[in-house]
Design a protein around this ligand. Structure first.
Ligand SMILES: O=C(O)[C@H](O)[C@@H](O)[C@H](O)[C@H](O)COP(=O)(O)O
Length: 249
């Protein structure tokens, strides 16, 4: 588990643009070193804001989109194409605008797909797809919720305590919709780099607890760390409760 490195940005827009630039060069370096790259996407305003900034970045062409594997950290368990699905929102923000290899876009099952409304079966299928792919993720993106949740691992719910499975079904999530699929902390911990995105005044407490909390069951973001690097990316509005030493840099 690598200690989080804190990067503070003037505002949410600059954070999205700077993080998009960082993602471009990180993917480019991974592709140069290993022939391909894998990135795990996250939903929400910060996650989709990053994708939109990436879509608008001329340097996006430095990425060989045909050699990029995309995964999701979580998904809302809804019918395919539902506007609330993270995949639907990612497609609108970026995916429809770049020449990805369809077979390398690993969408989490929808509730009208081959597993129907059986979220547990859908989770098992995605876990099997992950296992078949092997290889660690190069970058795993995680938006941080105001309660410190990441992916669909919420404080106090069973998913955050999962130690064996890589993907779980989440029910009665406090953030709608209630049924979701999520990577678990052990799956997140396989990533080379974990980038935690927390911009906005409503994230100030969660950002601080990402650094200071000791129990991931209470603050899941405190349990999300990469094997090579962990970044906590915030704007000034979310930095106001950070421990003085961390904020000083
Ligand atoms: O499916 C989801 O809702 C997301 O994956 C979720 O984990 C999100 O990243 C956080 O809730 C932060 O969302 P915001 O950036 O919108 O605050």
């Amino acid at each position: 588990m690598t200690a989080p490195e804190l990067l503070v940005h003037r505002d949410q827009r600059l954070m999205a643009e700077a993080t998009a630039a960082r993602l471009i060069t990180t993917v480019q370096e991974a592709q140069a070193a290993r022939g391909s790259a894998s990135v795990v996407l996250t939903g929400g305003r910060n996650g989709n804001g990053l994708l939109a900034a990436l879509a608008a970045a001329p340097a996006r062409e430095a990425i060989d989109w045909s050699r990029l594997d995309l995964w999701w950290g979580d998904e809302r368990f809804l019918p395919a194409g539902d506007p609330d699905r993270n995949h639907t929102q990612a497609a609108a923000a970026l995916l429809d605008a770049v020449p990805l290899e369809p077979g390398r876009v690993h969408v989490m099952p929808a509730s009208d797909g081959p597993y129907g409304t059986d979220a547990e079966a859908a989770a098992e299928a995605y876990a099997a797809e992950l296992a078949a792919a092997g290889g660690p993720f190069d970058v795993l993106l995680l938006g941080v919720g105001p309660d410190g949740h990441v992916a669909s691992l919420f404080p106090g719910l069973p998913g955050v305590r999962e130690r064996d499975r890589t993907v779980v079904a989440v029910r009665e999530a406090p953030k709608p919709p209630p049924t979701r699929l999520s990577l678990t902390l052990p799956a997140i911990a396989t990533a080379r780099q974990v980038w935690l995105l927390a911009a906005g005044a409503d994230k100030a407490t969660a950002a601080a607890r990402t650094l200071t909390a000791t129990d991931p069951a209470e603050t899941p973001a405190a349990g999300a760390r990469g094997t090579a690097r962990t970044l906590l990316l915030v704007d000034q509005a979310a930095a106001v409760e950070l421990p003085p030493a961390a904020a000083a840099g």
